[in-house]
Write a protein that binds this ligand. Structure first.
Ligand SMILES: *Cc1c(COP(=O)(O)O)cnc(C)c1O
Length: 434
């Protein structure tokens, strides 16, 4: 169920003019759709005390961040540039979750400075926090359930490509958790949260409910061992979207209801306060509301038929990066004639630079426009410039029908900006260093 009919309609109205004015390729995001999904997300969890911290890495453009901030979503950041973007989108103290890994002292300092909730990924990071002039107001601990997860869900048993919790580089081992919390308390930290992310592009609620269960076990463990009340549970991201036409959408309402029921039962059994439930969804909120528009540059016949387009994997890396990634491709202005089976290919010197393989599409010729669906999350942001294939522009289709350039295409000057064409040399020391 890629690109919605409503988005398609809104885009069709403006597409000829947009292509004429801006040229291709471009990512275009649908403001109306973004608003609607944000509202639906909020409605689904209205029975909970909850907060969404949008995963900035999914779509780090201020125009979109501001839109989501208007829905009172906070931001999940994992690097100083993402922190800066969140701040520039208006985020204030309390609006930012800093979920990084292998974090440096300077990065922690930047997060604490902005009043972020720091989500630490390892015990070693706690020592770095202790050195800062100021401690964060509240500390979240990323938990790695290790083998505990394998009894819960298929996701808990691992992912053929992403690995298992036991091979993951993320998080603090559950057996170390009480000791790490005790240490943080001795440092003077009083408010605690727990974070775990097992789900990845999941179309069912089960992995998120298992995550909740695993975290609730740790809440009890910390209550029993330290008398500590965890105030916040962060279930991470991983709520999926149907990239393939035959797939069902994620039932977000059912997830909200199931979490609320689980928390009520848990409190009835164990007492205490129900923690604030947090999410760091990225893909679910923005993924379906973006398309990559690209034009056929070459119709090529090899051992198979190829339509070479003017975008490359530098604009959308997922199909090349993940073996099972699929992005639906449509032709807005199809030519008459029987469909053909083609590979839709970019220009990089990498054979996996293909947006689609063996796709049945209307007959294609040079100049034809293609829409690659579901590029609103982990699309442009995952881009890179290998091979000198530069990243495309980003446009926002506004609710008033206007189209706004929210990022121009990269040019050679950008690409060369960090190079030094004239030598800047650290002089050799006069005396040899012994
Ligand atoms: C990538 C990531 C997210 C967002 O994941 P989605 O699949 O876009 O929902 C959230 N939290 C963390 C820690 C992540 O690494």
């Amino acid at each position: 169920m890629p690109m919605s009919a409503a988005f398609n309609r809104r885009l069709t109205d403006v597409l000829p003019e947009v292509v004429r004015h801006f040229g291709t390729p471009f990512h275009l995001y649908d403001e109306q759709g973004l608003h609607e999904t944000a509202e639906a997300f909020d409605r689904a969890f209205s029975a909970l005390r909850y907060r969404e911290f949008f995963a900035v890495k999914a779509l780090p453009n201020p125009a979109v961040l501001r839109l989501l901030y208007d829905h009172r979503f906070g931001f999940d950041c994992s690097s100083p540039p993402e922190l800066s973007l969140a701040a520039r989108a208006g985020a204030e103290a309390g609006d930012i979750m800093f979920t990084s890994n292998n974090t440096s002292r300077a990065e922690l300092a930047a997060a604490v400075e902005l009043g972020a909730t720091v989500n630490i990924d390892d015990e070693a990071v706690l020592d770095k926090l202790a050195d800062l002039p100021r401690l964060p107001d509240s500390l979240c601990l990323r938990v790695n359930p290790g083998r505990l997860a394998s009894s819960t869900t298929p996701e808990g048993r691992g992912h053929p490509f992403l690995g298992t919790p036991e091979t993951a580089k993320f998080g603090i081992r559950t057996d170390r958790l009480p000791a790490v919390c005790a240490k943080a308390r001795r440092m003077g930290i009083e408010r605690f949260g727990l974070h775990m992310m097992l789900a990845s592009n999941s179309l069912t609620a089960q992995p998120l409910l298992s995550t909740l269960d695993l975290l609730l076990e740790q809440v009890l463990r910390l209550r029993e061992s330290l008398g500590l009340e965890v105030e916040l549970l962060n279930l991470g991201g991983g709520i999926g979207i149907p990239y393939r036409p035959q797939q069902q959408t994620f039932d977000i309402e059912a997830l909200g209801a199931a979490i609320a029921a689980r928390l009520r039962d848990w409190r009835r059994e164990h007492g205490g306060d129900i923690p604030l439930i947090c999410f760091e969804s990225g893909r679910y909120l923005t993924g379906p509301h973006g398309v990559l528009a690209t034009r056929v540059v070459n119709r090529m016949s090899k051992w198979r038929e190829c339509a070479g387009v003017d975008a490359s994997m530098s604009a959308l890396m997922r199909p090349a990066l993940y073996p099972d990634a699929y992005h639906h491709i449509t032709v807005p202005w199809p030519r008459p004639g029987p469909p053909e089976t083609v590979d839709v290919t970019g220009s990089l010197c990498e054979n996996n630079d293909k947006f689609g393989v063996d796709r049945e599409l209307p007959p294609l010729a040079e100049g034809d426009l293609l829409l690659i669906h579901d590029t609103g999350a982990h699309g442009h942001s995952m881009g890179f410039t290998y091979n000198g294939r530069l990243r495309p522009q980003e446009l926002l289709l506004r609710t008033d029908g206007g189209v706004e350039l929210i990022r121009r295409a990269e040019n050679e000057q950008d690409h060369f900006a960090t190079l030094r064409f004239h030598p800047v040399v650290l002089p050799r020391p006069l005396e040899p260093v012994s």
